[in-house]
Structures are given as C-alpha cells and as structure tokens.
Design a protein around this ligand. Structure first.
Ligand code: SAM
Length: 438
C-alpha cells in the first residue's frame, strides 16, 4: 500500500492517537517510515492548546508542499485538534493538504486516505463528535515500546475553563467501558507490557454515563487485577474530581503509582474564578493535604498559566505562595495564549509578553528549588526503577523512572530496558537522580 509518516505535536493523548492511526494503517498494509521524502502518506497530528503549537504544525505542514509538487500522488493530511479547530480553512491556507480529520474521527483515516488515493478528491471529517472514536483494543501492534503503553480511558471534556480550547476540539466527555479497557490491558500485558498510563483530558472524572457505574477508583481496582501489570499511572487529573474512591485506590493499591498531576493553574482566587476552574486556592491546598495524609509518599505535580487576563502582581504572588505551601515535585508553566472562541479570548490580553516571560521564569525558578530539595532528600535511598533504555546524553548510562516519576540515571554494562531494578541514589539535580545499580 505504501509508506506512512506521522509527525505528532502536543500531549500524550496525541502520541497515543498517532500510534493508533499508524496501527490501523498498518492493518491495511502500510509500512511506517521516519522519512518524509519516501512517504506516500504524510499526516500531522496536531495540538491547539497554545497558538505556538498551531504555528509549528502549520509551518511543518507548509514545508511538505515541495514534496507534494514532486510527487503529486502523495497524500498530506492534518489530523487532531487543529484539524477540528480550523476545519476547512486549512484547505485554503495549505492547498496541498487533502485530508482534515478531527480527534473523534481518527478511525476513519484509512478509509478516507484510500478514497483520496482513488478519486484524487479532498476529504474532511470534523462534523459530529462521536462518529468513529478510535480506541486501542484491536490496534496495538505499532506501540512505540512494548513494556510501557498509553491506554485511552476517556475522551473529551465537559468543563468550561475559560482559557481552554480542548472542549471545542475534543468534544464532550465519553468514557470507555471498563471491560474494554481491561481487555486492552490484558492483551498488552500478554505482549509484555508492565506499565500502563490511563489517559483522559480529565481522567479522574472517568465514568460519566457508564452503566453499571464505575469511577476512576473502580477502574484502577479492575486494572490492578491484570496479571503482568506492575505499574499503573493516569494523567491528567482535575483537582475537583480528587474524591475519596480515588484517594483510597491510590492508598490501597500497590501497583498504582503514588504520583498525581493536578494542575492548579493559579494561586489567586480571583484568577481561578475568571478561569472558571471551580475551586479556590484554599480548597486546592486542602486536597493536597488530604492526599499527603492518606497516601504516604505521594508526589504532586501541577501546571500553571502565567499572564492570564487581569493577573496582577498580587495574584502572581499568591501563585508563588501556593507553590511554596504545596512544594510540587514538578510544574509545567505556560504563558497565557488566547485561543479564539474561548471565553477568555474576549478579555483583553493585558499582561505584556515581557512580563509573562518574567513570571514564567520566576515560577520555574521556584519549582527548580523545590525539585532540587526533594531530589536531594532521596540521596542514600534505594529506589525501584523501571528502566526505559540508554540515556540520550550518555548511552553508556541507563535511564528509568521511579514510582513517583523521578528520572534516574545509572551505569550499567548492558541495556536493561523494560526491567525493574533497584538503584541506590548517590546524586541529585533538579531534573533527575543519579545512582548505582544494586
Ligand atoms: N485538562 C487538564 C486540566 O484542565 O487540568 C489540562 C490539559 S491542557 C491540554 C495542559 C495545560 O495546558 C493546562 O493544564 C494549562 O496549564 C495549559 N493551557 C491550556 N490552555 C492554555 C492557554 N490558552 N494558554 C496557556 N496555557 C494553556
């Protein structure tokens, strides 16, 4: 059938979607390639969360126009969030693009590619949201690694955070039935997967509309039963859905990693209200206290947006003080980027770019200090590490992760990828731990 090249922008959900698309195309006889110039189909799986992500995807997609001129039968497609967000305007912007597919139609890609190849006509699938939802039950052969796998728990988001484009691009929440998720994980475990990460835009609101009822705590209990699976992760969670069944599952189930990513976004109640996040800074702190009391050893991570409309110096100080009180293991910090069509885009983007940069840098510095202190406190401890393979910087060293998601580098004479090893921690930076293999 030919060769397919997929370039992925954005989050883990997009990485998983790309794997699933590739897997479906492989089932139709396509072979993957990492060279655009030898591909018969080039797909860009895109992100719309910030303007910068869309610009990068547009520029990469623009660059393949030359290839399309040289090889007119080449099919170029834009899929994922930007496809849903910009729809047929992309055909005008990039005339060499023939395929536009939103996140909830990914399952249609092989059929649409075939139609384009036989008719030469463009195809677009962005209309309804629940048409050809892609999941991984029959499509696992192309996963990037055997021992770790992402598994979709739910799609879409029913929240209305004023800054966020995701509900527009990924639609309303829909949860996969637990039996289907467990079936997929059993199959992965049979193929050698030891760590699964359950994915969802707000994965801890999992379960809406399911009969019989099942929440994320219940799903974790069912996944915990799957033989061969040794670690279970889940991302990303929303603070408002950190409820007792989830906390109890994290406390009781040894395979569930003691790491929770719950984006706070801001420490100012005024800004949180304008963002429509549905919690106050005080409530957020209470959630963190409960987690630390109930789940010993848990590490908490966050996202922050700096320069949201109207964020003044006092609001920003409150974000710093929230960080000082919680002491996250790590934080992802983003400069606010207005997304057309969101409620916040109607507000003046009134924090100057320079000030956004300054605030971004300040939060990163606070986080770096906390990460370093936390990592240093691990020196001398023996930690279980799931090895991910040779370190990118120094291939003589191996890299892996702890249960609480810290990166660990250590010397080893061989490739231990996919194995659990014990490492004695001997050094720490803000970003990683170093140690020696036992
Ligand atoms: N669903 C998760 C939640 O609401 O907690 C987060 C998903 S979002 C894809 C990842 C992060 O991108 C968000 O937590 C937020 O910090 C950031 N983000 C989302 N929209 C943004 C925007 N318009 N500008 C800057 N950062 C944004």
């Amino acid at each position: 059938m030919g060769k397919v090249f997929i370039e992925t922008f954005g989050c883990q959900m997009n990485l998983l979607d790309s794997d699933l698309i590739l897997s479906r195309l492989q089932a139709e006889g396509y072979a993957p390639t990492d060279r655009k110039d030898e591909a018969d189909v080039i797909l860009f799986n895109t992100c719309s969360v910030r303007e910068h992500a869309e610009e990068r995807a547009l520029s990469h997609a623009g660059l393949v126009q030359k290839l399309k001129r040289r090889k007119p039968e080449l099919v170029v497609g834009i899929v994922g969030c930007m496809a849903q967000n910009r729809q047929d305007r992309l055909f005008e912007q990039l005339p060499h693009v023939q395929l536009i597919v939103g996140p909830r139609h990914m399952g249609a890609i092989p059929r649409l590619v075939e139609e384009i190849r036989t008719t030469g006509q463009r195809r677009i699938a962005v209309a309804e949201f629940d048409d050809e939802f892609i999941d991984g039950v029959e499509a696992v052969q192309s996963r990037a690694t055997r021992f770790q796998a992402y598994v979709k728990a739910m799609e879409g988001c029913d929240l209305s955070c004023t800054f966020c484009i995701v509900p527009t691009t990924r639609g309303a929440e829909v949860s996969r039935p637990p039996e289907r998720i467990v079936e997929e994980i059993r199959r992965l475990a049979d193929q050698g997967t030891v760590e699964v990460t359950l994915l969802g835009q707000t994965v801890n609101s999992y379960g809406k509309g399911l009969r019989p009822a099942c929440d994320l705590g219940g799903l974790l209990r069912r996944v915990h039963e799957v033989p061969g699976i040794r670690r279970i992760r889940f991302i990303t969670s929303h603070p408002s859905f950190v409820r007792p069944p989830l906390v109890e599952a994290m406390r009781d189930l040894p395979k569930v990693c003691k790491y929770l990513h719950i984006p706070a976004q801001s420490g100012s109640n005024r800004v949180l209200k304008a963002m429509r996040r549905g919690y106050t800074a005080e409530r957020y702190l209470e959630i963190c206290e409960t987690l630390r009391r109930e789940v010993p050893g848990i590490e908490i991570a966050s996202d922050f947006i700096v320069g949201f409309p109207g964020e003044g110096p006092e609001d920003f100080d409150q974000t710093i003080s929230l960080m000082e009180r919680v002491r996250f293991q790590n934080s992802f910090v983003f400069k606010y980027s207005p997304r057309p069509g969101t409620d916040a885009a109607a507000l003046p983007d009134d924090v100057p770019e320079e000030e956004k940069k300054r605030r971004n840098q300040m939060l990163l510095e606070v986080q770096e200090r906390h990460s370093l202190e936390k990592n240093r406190a691990r020196v001398g401890r023996r930690l279980e590490v799931l090895v991910e393979g040779p370190s990118k910087r120094d291939p003589r060293r191996q890299t892996g992760r702890t249960d609480t998601h810290q990166i660990v580098h250590f010397e080893a004479g061989r490739d231990l990828r996919g194995q659990f090893v014990t490492v004695e921690i001997t050094g720490a930076t803000a970003l990683s731990l170093a140690g020696s293999l036992e």
